[in-house]
Every structure is written in structure tokens, then in C-alpha cells.
Design a protein around this ligand. Structure first.
Ligand SMILES: Nc1ncnc2c1ncn2[C@@H]1O[C@H](COP(=O)(O)OP(=O)(O)OP(=O)(O)O)[C@@H](O)[C@H]1O
Length: 829
């Protein structure tokens, strides 16, 4: 969200007289207007009141062209960033609003902001040839508090309705939206609409617009490479009807009635502006008039607004000029929060993703053929295939001496889907078996006979062990050795490769039937960690990448990966993991020695306790014996009793010392254990990354983990580099595939006119337009603009409308809505 204030320019209409009452500010941003108040009767001196106004710019005749050009370019720039914008012309009748917005139509040079905007827009579209544009145009007229579509020339003019959705977004039902693909088409629609506007004549303007008009350009732009995201912005170009004092315009009849509507709507506009500029107001009366209701989004909403306030330069119009300046000044107080409109087009995104999936499937097929993997299916498994696979898994798991027997074929994993199915089957087989005690004991006995190269449902094994013991924890204390990891079993179904088997080296397997993996050397911990990772969720991605399992498959089949165990050996002995492996072993040695010491201390304490108990009993009996001999009062100890008491004292001291040492050693064990765990985890993670980098083939991007930060992405083999090296063309994403299209405008929708809603069936209330004969029109003077393509489009469109008007004029009954621009010499009423 960005805060945006309304920018206001003051435009002074050139006039024959001297602008005696307007003094321009030095920086061309302000005006000072002196209004004669009274004449002093005594001195006869004139008294004046001076008003100062400051704007974003005050435009005199010479500067107007330049400023309009800049204004059009700036508004367009904002629109291309996704911001809605509005340019609005306000002012007294005849002050030049239509001239500012539409321009003098007899010459390209005199064109107003709308034609300039069209030129800029299509020039920009030609420059941004890598983006897709859809440009649509609407032209709305508000005449006597009724809405009409200026582009609806096929039917009797009918009134349109305003609808506001729950979010407060205003929509005009039935207003046509014409999609254009060139500046000529846009100019045609512009002139078409211009000819349909109602004009009238009065004292101040022979071609006075009797209505407010809003020319809307909607720009939809899709960025290159963006999946379905598009920027949608609206540019509203508003030409308001002029405020008029009927005493000055001497309007009567229809023109007078029109003036009433115009003045009323402008007065409501003023109220709305007043309310908007007052921060304490919470109700803004947008709905009080059609004009303010339609402009709701532009005035107070998500829209950048530029106001061109038009004034006469003549002193006779002083009051109206002051009123216009005050209005403009209030507009400058309005600020609104604006944000770029980025819309996600789900249908386009869906199509793009479908095509991406198709491309990836092709690529996968290519990699399968490179790796000589045959019969790999990626489609969903049928029920029959599932049943077949389950039977295979069941046979595999229930085989005696699973994995050791040559008669049992290792399960070959041929695709990620296949692997997932096998895992699912393992789970099912286990659950089936668990529901029958027979089956469970069969599985347990199979599990206890695990062998070096078997695929074992580790979760099943762990769960079985846990169920058996009523525990899910195998503690090192209980086993009395090594740097094991507590609680590593997972209840889920996983596949344990060979390195997850229980170590026998310096740990013990405590009880038959349950699998209790005791820690061995430091690397055994790493191995188990790797196995654990395979069991939990983080393993899924790796599984999907076809790692680990393929490596641990005996014989490896067609797998291009090296044996994981060998790789681990290499990694810890001479590879980058050597230092950490040494550190881990060192920590582990310390841990072992501490544990040994703890054990010694425990034994010694226990022995001391035992001796103490024995000596205490001995001493008690000696004391009782002595007292029986010498009586209660005798304090003389014999040598044996004395020696027993001394020994008790010594043992007590030893017990205390050893007990406190044991406490220290225990805390050291705890600390060293943590060090070992952390070190082992790091090593396991780093090994995985290293393995992926070196043997992971195409899947060089490792899923997010702490270790990622340490990865040097440049050192990773990129899939594209690999494909190129192997002589295969890289599969480029869509935006890189070919040279950008030379087509200047890539429209999504080529339909020229798209209706935005249902046309209301209300009866025509608009009076018929004035009839114009094209034969009276001057032909456009294009000499000075020869060679200018923008001007050519402008003139071509004019010519088109003129001819259309002429044709329409010759068809009885069809000329109703057709008239030519006023500057072409239209007949006035
Ligand atoms: N800068 C200019 N150069 C030449 N002619 C101009 C200029 N500005 C205005 N005019 C002429 O002044 C007349 C009135 O201008 P215009 O119709 O644009 O006024 P308006 O403010 O739109 O009036 P209304 O509110 O009555 O429609 C027109 O004939 C127009 O050609």
C-alpha cells in the first residue's frame, strides 16, 4: 500500500483580454487572484481582496502540450505497474475541459490527453513485445442523471444501471467493453463515442458538453515467465460537464434542464470532495449522484488521481474561477491508499502447469532411456497391480532368513511410485500380520534374522519391538554400553537399508525377539541416523529422488549410484567428512571412557556399600559381644572391633567420594552424549548432501535443512549443464524457448466487442442526437504530420467515423445516434 495524493493542475484558457486579475507565481505552481471588492467613496480608490492558490502546476497555453504529454506518459507508467488512475477535467463551462481531454480534432497537434494516452499505450505495447496485453475500452456518458453507453451504436440508447458488490466495487451492468488491438481501433472507438455525446449551444460555448463522460482504458498485462499472474489496471479519463450560471449562459428549455442536472451533480461532487478531504468524516455521500457513485473508486479508492482544473482567463468569470480554484484546492487535500492490482488467472496457470507436467514427463522418459530403465510406469497402479505387489512384499517379508537366502530376490525399485507402493504394501502386510498373533511372531522372527542386504520395514520392526517390550525406547544405560541414541524408533513404515542393522561390535543386543540396536562406533550412530531420516518425513523427498534404496539394493541392478556404505566409508576416511568423523570418534571415545569409569564407580560403590553393610553387621555383633562380657559401661574396644569401625569410616568416605565422582561422570556422559548426537547428526546430514552432490544424479537440489546454508550451489551439478554435456538439448522453460514474438500486441481475446453484462431493458430516455452531414466536414489536414504513424492512426480513425456517419445519414432511421465531433463543424441545437 502506498499513499497517494491527488495531483492538481490549473489550466488557464487563453482569452482575448488581458489576464489582469491573475498573477502567476514565480515557480509556475501558484496563482494570485485579486478580486475588486469596493470603491472607497472618499478617495475613489479601488479595494481588492487577494486569494493565493498553490497547485502542482499552472498551465499556460504554451506549456499545455508538454504537460499533457508528460501526464499521459506518467499515468500510463502507473497503469503498467498495476495502479488504477484517473485524469479528470473540471471547470466552468467553456473553460476548455473537452479541449484538454479530447483536444481539437481537426489537427493531430491539438490532440488532448485521451489521444495522447492511446498513442503512448500502443507505443509502450510495441516496446514491451515480450509481454502479453489485452486492451479494452469503455465509454460511458452520464446525461441528466442517467447512464448511457457511448459505444453502443447498434440499438436504441438505453439507460444502464450501477451495481456495487459486497466489497464496494462499482460495476455498470450492460456497459460494453471493446477489446482493441491497435491504436487505430482505439481511436475509432474514441471518435465513435465522441460523436455520440450530447452537445448543446449556449452563450459561453457553442459546443458545450451536456453530459459527463468517462473514457476507460483497461489494461491487462501478463509478465514474461509469470505463471498465470497478470496486472490489471484501469485508466479513467473523465470529462465533466461544465458548471454554469444560467444567468450568464442564458440557457432555456432543454439546455436549461440539462444545466440543472449538471450543476446539481457537480455540487454533489463538491460535497463528496469536501467529505473526503475531511479525515473526521466517516460517511461519504457517493450515492447521492450517478457521477459520484460511478467515480467512487477513482475519488476515494485505490486510484491515483490527476485533476486538471480549467478556468477562464477573463475577469468577467472571476466568481466561477475562484470557485474552481477552491474546488481544486480541496482536491489536493485528498489522499488515498493505493496498491498495484496483480490478479492470478487460475485457468491460464492451470494450462501452463499442465504443459509443464507434460514437459517433465518427457524429460523423465528421456532420463529413463538414458539410464536404460525399462518398463517404468508413472501412472496410477491398478488394483490388480497393487495386489500383485502386495503378494510379492508379503513373500519377501515372511521368508525365513530374509535377505540372506539366495532364493529370495531382492525387491527391485524401479520408480518413485513403485517404491511408494512397496512401502504402502509393507505397512499393510505388517498391519495384517499384527492383527493375528501368529503372523506377528512370524514377522518378528523374520525381523530378528535380518541380514545384510535386505529391505526391512523398519517401522514394523520397531513397532514390533516396542509392542513386545511395552516400550519404545532402548536406553544405553539398560544395555550398559556405547553412545547410542535413545528413542529412535518410529511407528511409521520405513525401509531400513543394510546399514540400519544392529551393531554387534561393542554394543549388545539385549533380548531376543525384540530389536534393540545398541550403539557401536561413532559411524554406527551416523548409519542409524541415516536410517532414521529414511523413516521420517524428510526421507520422502529423498525416496522420491530414487536415492538410498537403489544404492543399497544388492547388486544394484541398473542403478547408476555407488553403494552407499562404500560412499560413507570414503566420506569419513578420506572425504570431506574425515575431520568431523575423527571428532565424532574422539567424542565417542571420551563417552565410552566416561561410561566405563561410571561403570567402575558404580561397581565400586556397590562393593563399598556391600562391605559397609557387612562391616556394620560385624561391628554390631562385636559391640554386643563386648557389652555382654564387660557390661554396659565399658568403652574399651578390642582390636577387631576397632579395626572394623576404622574400615567402616574409610569405606564411608570412599562411598561419598565415589558417589560424588559418579555424579560428575554422569553429567559428563550426558554432555558428551549430546556432543556425539549433534556431531553425528551433522555428519549424517553432510554426508547426505555430499552423496546427493556426487552420486545423486539429476536430483542435485537438496530439500531445505540446516545444512543447506553450507551448500555451495555453484558446486552442485546443474541438470541443464549435465544434459548439455551429454549432448542433449536443454529443456527450456516456456519463456526461454524461442525468440519473442514479433507481433506487437498479443491479445488473449480477439473478440472485438465483449459485453460485460446484461443490457437493461429500460425504455430510451436519452433525447435523439443531432443530425450531422458528413459532406460538411473538413477533411483532416495531415500534411504537417506526414510520416508520423501515430498521427496516421488518428486521422484514419477520424476518416472511418466520418464515412460511417455519412453512410448512416443516408440510411433512413439509422442516423439517430450518429453525429460527428463538434470540431468537425457539427450542427448545434
Ligand atoms: N487551448 C485552446 N486553444 C484553442 N481553443 C481552445 C482552447 N481551449 C478551449 N478552446 C476552445 O474553447 C471552446 C470551449 O472549449 P471546450 O468545449 O473544451 O470547453 P468545456 O470546458 O468543455 O465546455 P463545456 O463544459 O461547456 O463542455 C472550444 O471551442 C474549444 O475549441
Amino acid at each position: 500500500m502506498v499513499k497517494s495524493a491527488v495531483r492538481v493542475f490549473l489550466r488557464v484558457r487563453p482569452c482575448a483580454g488581458i489576464n489582469s486579475y491573475i498573477l502567476y507565481g514565480q515557480d509556475k505552481k501558484g496563482v494570485s487572484i485579486s478580486v475588486p471588492k469596493t470603491i472607497d467613496i472618499k478617495s475613489g480608490e479601488k479595494q481588492t481582496q487577494s486569494y493565493q492558490f498553490k497547485f502542482d502546476g499552472v498551465l499556460k497555453e504554451a506549456e499545455q502540450e508538454e504537460v499533457y504529454e508528460a501526464c499521459a506518459a506518467e499515468i500510463l507508467g502507473s497503469a503498467l505497474e498495476g495502479y488504477n488512475s484517473t485524469v479528470m477535467c473540471y471547470g466552468q463551462t467553456g473553460a476548455g475541459k473537452t479541449y484538454t481531454m479530447s483536444g481539437g480534432k481537426s489537427s493531430f497537434k491539438q490532440r488532448g490527453i485521451i489521444p495522447r494516452m492511446i498513442n503512448h499505450l500502443f507505443a509502450e505495447i510495441r516496446n514491451l513485445s515480450d509481454r502479453q496485453f489485452k486492451i479494452s475500452i469503455q465509454y460511458l456518458e452520464i446525461y441528466n442523471e442517467s447512464l448511457y453507453d457511448l459505444l453502443d451504436i447498434t440499438t436504441q440508447p438505453h439507460e444502464l444501471n450501477i451495481q456495487e458488490n459486497t466489497k464496494g466495487v462499482v460495476n455498470i451492468t450492460g456497459l460494453k467493453s471493446a477489446v482493441v488491438q491497435s491504436d487505430t481501433q482505439a481511436f475509432q472507438l474514441f471518435f465513435e463515442g465522441e460523436t455520440n455525446r450530447v452537445i448543446g449551444a449556449h452563450q459561453l460555448n457553442r459546443e458545450s458538453s451536456r453530459s459527463h463522460s468517462i473514457f476507460t482504458i483497461t489494461i491487462e498485462m501478463r509478465m514474461p515467465g509469470e505463471l498465470g499472474d497478470k496486472i490489471v489496471s484501469k485508466v479513467n479519463l473523465v470529462d465533466l460537464a461544465g458548471s454554469e450560471r444560467v444567468s450568464k449562459t442564458r440557457s432555456e428549455g432543454l439546455v436549461l434542464r440539462e444545466a440543472g442536472h449538471i450543476n446539481k451533480s457537480l455540487s454533489i461532487l463538491e460535497h463528496v470532495i469536501l467529505a473526503l478531504s475531511d479525515k473526521s468524516r466517516d460517511h461519504i455521500p457517493f450515492r447521492s449522484s450517478k457521477l459520484t457513485h460511478v467515480l467512487k473508486d477513482s475519488l476515494g479508492g485505490n486510484c491515483k488521481t490527476v485533476l486538471v482544473a480549467n478556468i477562464w482567463g477573463e475577469s468577467s468569470q472571476l466568481d466561477e474561477t475562484l470557485s474552481t480554484c477552491r474546488f481544486a484546492q480541496r482536491m489536493m487535500c485528498i489522499t488515498c491508499e493505493i496498491k498495484a492490482n496483480v490478479v492470478e488467472d487460475s485457468s491460464v496457470r492451470c494450462t501452463q502447469l499442465q504443459s509443464q507436467v507434460q514437459d517433465l514427463q518427457h524429460e523423465l522418459a528421456m532420463h529413463d532411456s538414458m539410464a536404460s530403465r525399462k518398463n517404468v510406469a508413472y501412472g496410477p497402479y491398478s488394483d490388480a497391480q497393487r495386489a500383485e505387489l502386495k503378494a510379492l512384499v508379503s513373500t519377501f517379508l515372511s521368508a525365513p532368513n530374509m535377505g540372506q537366502s539366495d532364493s529370495i530376490e531382492p525387491l527391485e525399485l524401479i520408480s518413485v511410485r513403485h517404491m511408494k507402493e512397496i512401502l504402502r504394501c509393507c505397512k499393510e502386510v505388517y498391519l495384517d500380520a499384527a492383527s493375528s498373533s501368529n503372523g506377528r511372531s512370524r514377522i518378528d522372527s523374520s525381523l530378528s534374522n535380518e541380514a545384510s542386504t535386505s529391505y526391512v520395514p523398519n517401522g514394523a520392526r520397531a513397532a514390533a519391538a516396542a509392542t513386545e517390550n511395552g516400550l519404545n525406547y532402548v536406553g544405553e544405560e539398560e544395555a550398559g554400553g556405547g553412545g547410542g541414541l535413545a528413542g529412535w524408533q518410529s511407528g511409521g513404515v520405513g525401509v531400513a537399508p543394510d546399514f540400519a542393522r544392529p551393531e554387534q561390535a561393542d554394543g549388545e543386543v539385549s533380548s531376543p525377539g525384540a530389536i534393540k540396536v545398541q550403539p557401536g562406533g561413532g559411524m554406527a550412530v551416523v548409519d542409524r541416523l541415516l536410517a532414521m531420516q529414511l523413516q521420517d518425513g524428510t526421507a520422502n523427498k529423498r525416496q522420491e529422488r530414487g536415492l538410498d534404496f537403489a544404492a543399497s539394493a544388492s547388486g544394484g541392478g541398473n542403478s547408476p549410484l555407488i553403494d552407499r556404505k562404500d560412499a560413507l566409508q570414503e566420506y569419513k576416511s578420506s572425504g570431506p567428512g574425515a575431520a568431523k568423523a575423527a571428532l565424532l570418534d574422539d567424542n565417542h571415545a571420551r563417552l565410552k571412557s566416561s561410561k566405563r569409569r561410571a561403570k567402575e564407580l558404580g561397581l565400586s560403590i556397590n562393593a563399598a556399600k556391600k562391605d559397609l553393610d557387612h562391616l556394620k553387621a560385624l561391628s554390631e555383633s562385636l559391640r554386643a559381644e563386648r557389652q555382654a562380657k564387660t557390661g554396659e559401661g565399658s568403652q574399651v574396644l578390642d582390636a577387631e572391633e576397632y579395626s572394623a569401625l576404622m574400615r567402616i569410616k574409610e569405606l564411608k568416605q570412599q562411598y561419598r567420594d565415589q558417589y560424588s565422582e559418579l555424579q560428575m561422570v554422569k553429567s559428563e556422559i550426558e554432555y558428551t552424549q549430546q556432543l556425539c548426537d549433534a556431531c553425528a547428526q551433522e555428519l549424517a546430514m553432510e554426508f547426505n548432501q555430499w552423496y546427493l552432490r556426487n552420486y545423486g544424479g539429476e536430483f542435485s537440489h537438496y530439500e531445505g535443512s540446516e545444512g543447506d546454508a553450507a551448500l555451495d550451489s555453484e558446486s552442485l551439478p546443474s541438470p541443464s549443464a549435465k544434459s548439455t554435456a551429454s549432448g542433449l538439448s536443454r529443456h527450456y522453460p516456456q519463456e526461454e524457448r524461442g525468440p519473442p514474438s514479433s507481433k506487437p500486441v498479443q491479445s488473449f481475446n480477439t473478440a472485438p466487442i465483449a459485453s460485460q453484462g446484461n443490457s437493461p431493458s429500460s425504455a430510451a430516455k436519452k433525447p435523439p442526437n443531432r443530425k450531422v452531414l458528413s459532406s460538411l466536414l473538413p477533411s483532416p489536414k495531415a500534411d504537417e504530420d506526414a510520416g508520423n504513424p501515430d498521427a496516421a492512426a488518428f486521422y484514419n480513425a477520424q476518416q472511418h467515423i466520418v464515412l460511417k456517419a455519412a453512410n448512416a445519414a443516408h440510411r433512413p432511421g439509422s442516423i439517430k445516434k450518429t453525429r460527428v465531433p463538434a470540431s468537425f463543424g457539427a450542427t448545434k441545437h
